[in-house]
Design a protein around this ligand. Sequence first.
Ligand code: TRH
Length: 383
Amino acid sequence: MPVSRSLSNWDIFCNVIDNYGDIGVCWRLARQLAAEYGFRVRLWVDDVNAFRRICPEIDPTLPLQTVLDVEVRRWGADFSSSTPGDVVIETFACKLPERFVEAMAHSATPPVWINLDYLSAEAWVSGCHGLPSPHPQYPLTKYFFFPGFDATTGGLLRERDLDRRRKEFESSAEWKSAFWRLIGQTPPAGESLLVSLFAYDNPNLSALLTIWAECESPICCLLPATRSLPAIEAFVGHPLLPGEMVRRGCLELRILPFVAQPDYDLLLWMCDVNFVRGEDSFVRAQLAARPLIWQIYPQDEGAHLVKLNAFLDRYCAELADADAAAVRELFIAWNDGRLTREIWDAWFAALPAHRRHATEWEKYLRKQEDLCSSLVRFCRSKL
Ligand code: TRH
């Protein structure tokens, strides 16, 4: 007799390679599946300390805890098999525990097995999205699911109420004041360009800060305390703590505490321009409908530069030639070159065009199905 299938129980496996992007994406997906679909989600994470930084409710001492309706399990070396859910997601090709794969193979109804891959704007993604990969030994099929920027891919993670919340924040002076208090800072006194700066170690950092310090118009730079802090300390010449402010010429540097993941959106929504990195902050900055400058995660043999250019091709397609050139030059210099005053000035001169474009780009992305809905639909089609 056929066994009826449901999609109620999900397992997501997250191997934190470094930083916060792996867990950032997994946590966002897990919460959305639980909150918007009412699914029971188990999130297996091998580095609970990294998780705690983006979600302070996490207690790193607990092997099992429930946070925001998601069951969080520590995925350690002592992994013992559990009954697999209806859908099993390995993220970013992390290797599932062998005992779990065996349990999947021996389930009365083997789960839908997904590998959720990294985001790329490259054209080949469309051809690979949704492809099956039969297991060499067991009667199991894994499907490749690719995030992306158009309808031929799995889309981007975007909560249903994201646009409404952003607009609410933008029009709420109270909410903004509360956010300034949360980050231990006060708004800049005069009219300043408000910039958030979240980056990897970047040889251009000190050049950028020098350019801003020597600018004619004031810039207030909000800097989450991360790995780039030592370079900032070298620039100002002394140690810095979250909550501190330093002035150099036209530049005010404000050091921020690392905030919980939902609060990072508020930072993006509050700023005029956002420097972002990796994958998740990069997507959130686009959904914030503001100009962004992206530092892509560096890969061996310059593979990341191919991805960077693929994104630039899409992002700049509708821009006037001069504005597109300004975006390209700044992105390329920030990632793989030497940032100069001319490059910044050319980009800054076109700021009104970048603003309009960021709004249009966000509208374009919003018209597409979000990743979570697209994933649920895909999994239903495989039942
Ligand atoms: O931290 P990232 O560089 O992460 C990753 C990983 O390194 C991964 O291995 C790599 O493959 C991937 O990049 C491309 O950048 P990302 O993806 O932007 O993730 C940062 C997360 O941290 C994101 O979810 C936002 C969150 N965050 C906070 O929660 N609070 C903060 O204060 C800040 C600055 C970020």
